[in-house]
Design a binder for this molecule. Structure first.
Ligand SMILES: [Fe+2]
Ligand SMILES: [Fe+2]
Length: 146
């Protein structure tokens, strides 16, 4: 089975209208594309595999940071969907941790690389479309204080 390594295109329909959130999403797309480009290079050398592992860790950390800032926004706004949105973030991070552990023990392979790409892209895009946009809708409807 061959699967194409995909790249992530930012599109206007992914915009939530919350500036900091959109900026971080775009930045994450850039990181992902950088990672994808690296992952398609021949990663058989141990140095390259190590480099990919480090980059993957950075993808994890950036996601963690982004989620924290979204969660802070939700808390401050008294968002009623806070708990389930947070659970979705935690679920994603747990899965990334699992993938990271597999990369460390099995070493990097193209098939694992594809699985990682597919998972991150699918999840992240879907999460923006459904969950982050729902939050953005709430923020927009909220009357401005003061
Ligand atoms: Fe987000
Ligand atoms: Fe989110």
């Amino acid at each position: 089975m061959t699967a194409e390594v995909r790249s992530v295109e930012w599109s206007v329909d992914l915009e939530t209208g919350v500036e900091t959130v959109d900026e971080q999403h775009r930045q994450y797309f850039n990181l992902l594309n950088h990672y994808l480009a690296k992952a398609t290079e021949n990663a058989s050398g141990s140095e390259q595999a190590f480099d990919l592992l480090k980059k993957f860790k950075f993808l994890y950390e950036y996601a963690e940071e982004h989620f924290s800032s979204e969660e802070a926004i939700m808390k401050e706004a008294g968002y009623p969907g806070y708990e389930s949105h947070r659970q979705a973030h935690l679920y994603f991070l747990e899965h990334l941790e699992e993938l990271y552990a597999r990369m460390k023990t099995q070493g990097f392979s193209m098939s694992l690389g594809r699985e990682v790409n597919y998972y991150i892209i699918e999840w992240f895009v879907e999460h923006i479309r459904r969950t982050d946009k729902k939050l953005a809708g709430f923020l927009k409807a909220k009357p401005v204080e003061g």
